[in-house]
Every structure is written in structure tokens, then in C-alpha cells.
Write a protein that binds this ligand. Structure first.
Ligand code: CAA
Length: 261
């Protein structure tokens, strides 16, 4: 891999977009490598992912403008599909993904962060969808995910005006969950990921599926999705262990890690 770093610490995997000279802009190769990295994650061992960008300045400064500058209509559509396919893989990835946004998250960078389950950012983070200033629409899901995350009115304002927003505003509108000093960001992401990884992994995965799939349908269908995933948990050893541990009155007992079974 030229542009992606992948490292596993315990049950937490960290993916770093590593194209610092171009502020981690997403060209086709970066997208292909991100796709291959996701395919290679060992889902038996890794229970949560962190996604971040190399360097102190940028998470991802967008899709690669040089590469896009000469695309035809058909090539533009294909490039959009390439990004959308990888981002959708991330969004529906079986385990949670935390975006640790360490600077610019513009265009495809904001879209990448929005494909993750949870976003936290550094104080220097900048978010925006500047595409209309380049003569294009957001192309990796921005028109859809921004509206779902912050509401149609705010999404339309951000996209039509192409105005960037800073971390405090991103927090205020619900685009990120928390803002940290830059030097604390990764440690905070690790802490959150570690907390997620300690919980019963099949239950966590089922929660992700229930929330994602439930949001796409009406409430009557959504609660049925939840019921089925809730029911599935009762076939797991982790449910039997988790509940037996709670009910055991022996105060000396020590909780064992969940087995992912
Ligand atoms: N594509 C390609 N290269 C990029 C890039 C991008 N999106 N963003 C930054 N770079 C490159 C710059 O060209 C520059 O390269 P050189 O050193 O070879 O000149 C290098 O990264 C450093 O960038 P700057 O010199 O511009 O750094 P700066 O600190 O002055 O500005 C910035 C930082 C405000 C983020 C500025 O780089 C910028 O505006 N970048 C483009 C942001 C953008 O418009 N993103 C959206 C792209 S469109 C998109 O993403 C479509 C989609 O939805 C799929």
C-alpha cells in the first residue's frame, strides 16, 4: 500500500489515509487501497476501527481535483461510484468505525467522515462541501448523508454556499460528537474504541445494523428489524455469559472478555 497505513492494537484497528503531501486527497489509488484495507480487516479479532489522516493539518482535503479535472461525464459518474462503493462499504461495515478528524475534512473528506458511525475532531478541524465552487456537486454521498445528519436546511445552506465551518460549529450542528485538543484526539478515539470493543461484539454489530437499516424504513418496519436482531442475540454465548455474570451474586467474580460467539 502506498497511501494507507493499517495498524491493530488489541481489538482496535486504525486506518490512516497517508498522502500527506496532497493533504490526504482521495485519488483512485487511495480509494482502491482503502477498499482493499477494509476487505483485509480480521473481523474475528478487530471489534472497532478508527479512521484518520496522516499529519497534523488534514484529515482528507477532498477528492483529488487534479484527477477529476479532465474527467468526461461517464468517467465522472464512474469516479463517483468508486467513492460511493467504498464509503458505503465503510458505512455498512460490520463493526463500528470512528472518524478522528485531524484537520481539513472538505468535500470527499467530509463525506468520508460522514460514512463513519461516529465523528470526533481536533480543535483545528474544518468541515465543508466546497464542490459547487469547483463546478460540481458533492459526489461521494455528501448531498445524502449531510442532510440526514444535520437536517436538510443546514445541509442545503452548507452545500449551496460552499462555506466551510470550524470544529465548534460542527459540534453545535451535530456533525461531530466531541472536539479535543489536537494532541489528545487519537488517544480519545482509542479510549472510545476500547470502550466499544469491551462490549459484546455481536450485540454491538447488531446495534449498528438495527440503527442503519431502521433509519432507511418506516417505524413499523424498523422495530421489526430491531426485534429480529434482538432475538438473534439470545443465540449467542456472550448473551448467556453477560446475563449470568449480572445475576451471579458472588462479589469476587471478575468479568471475562466477551468471546464474540
Ligand atoms: N485534490 C488534489 N490536491 C489537493 C487537494 C485536493 N482536493 N487539496 C489539497 N491538495 C494539494 C494542493 O494542490 C497542494 O499540492 P502542491 O503542494 O503540489 O501544490 C497540497 O495539497 C497542499 O495544499 P495547499 O497548498 O492548497 O494548502 P493550503 O494550506 O494553502 O490550503 C486547503 C489547504 C484549504 C485544504 C486547500 O488545499 C484546498 O482548498 N483544497 C481543496 C479542498 C476542496 O475543494 N475539496 C473538495 C474537492 S471536490 C470533492 O471532494 C468532490 C467529491 O465530493 C467527491
Amino acid at each position: 500500500m502506498d497511501f494507507i497505513l493499517y495498524e491493530v492494537n488489541g481489538a482496535v484497528g486504525t486506518i490512516t489515509i497517508n498522502r500527506e503531501k496532497a493533504l490526504n486527497a482521495l485519488n483512485s489509488q487511495v480509494l482502491d487501497e482503502l477498499n482493499a484495507t477494509l476487505d483485509a480487516v480480521d473481523l474475528d479479532a478487530v471489534r472497532c476501527l478508527i479512521l484518520t489522516g496522516a499529519g497534523a493539518k488534514s484529515f482528507v482535503a477532498g477528492a483529488d481535483i487534479g484527477e477529476m479535472s479532465t474527467l468526461t461525464k461517464a468517467e465522472g459518474e464512474a469516479f463517483g461510484k468508486k467513492g460511493n462503493d467504498v464509503f458505503r462499504k465503510l458505512e455498512t461495515f460490520p463493526i463500528p468505525v470512528i472518524a478522528a478528524v485531524n484537520g481539513f475534512a472538505l468535500g470527499g473528506g467530509c463525506e468520508l467522515a460522514m460514512s463513519c458511525d461516529i465523528r470526533i475532531c481536533a480543535e483545528n478541524a474544518v468541515f465543508g462541501q466546497p464542490e459547487v465552487g469547483l463546478g460540481i456537486t458533492p459526489g461521494f454521498g455528501g448531498t445524502q448523508r449531510l442532510a440526514r445528519l444535520v437536517g436538510a436546511g443546514m445541509a442545503k445552506q452548507m452545500i449551496y454556499t460552499a462555506r466551510n465551518i470550524k470544529a465548534d460549529e460542527a459540534l453545535r450542528i451535530g456533525l461531530v460528537n466531541a472536539v479535543y485538543p489536537a494532541e489528545e484526539l487519537l488517544a480519545q478515539a482509542q479510549k472510545m474504541a476500547g470502550g466499544i470493543a469491551k462490549n459484546a461484539p455481536i450485540a454491538v454489530r447488531n446495534c449498528k445494523k438495527a440503527i442503519n437499516e431502521g433509519l432507511d424504513v418506516d417505524m413499523d418496519k424498523a422495530i421489526v428489524i430491531e426485534e429480529k436482531l434482538f432475538g438473534d442475540c439470545f443465540e449467542t454465548e456472550d448473551q448467556k455469559y453477560g446475563m449470568a455474570f449480572f445475576l451471579d451474586k458472588n462479589k469476587e467474580k471478575v468479568k471475562e472478555p466477551f468471546q464474540n460467539k
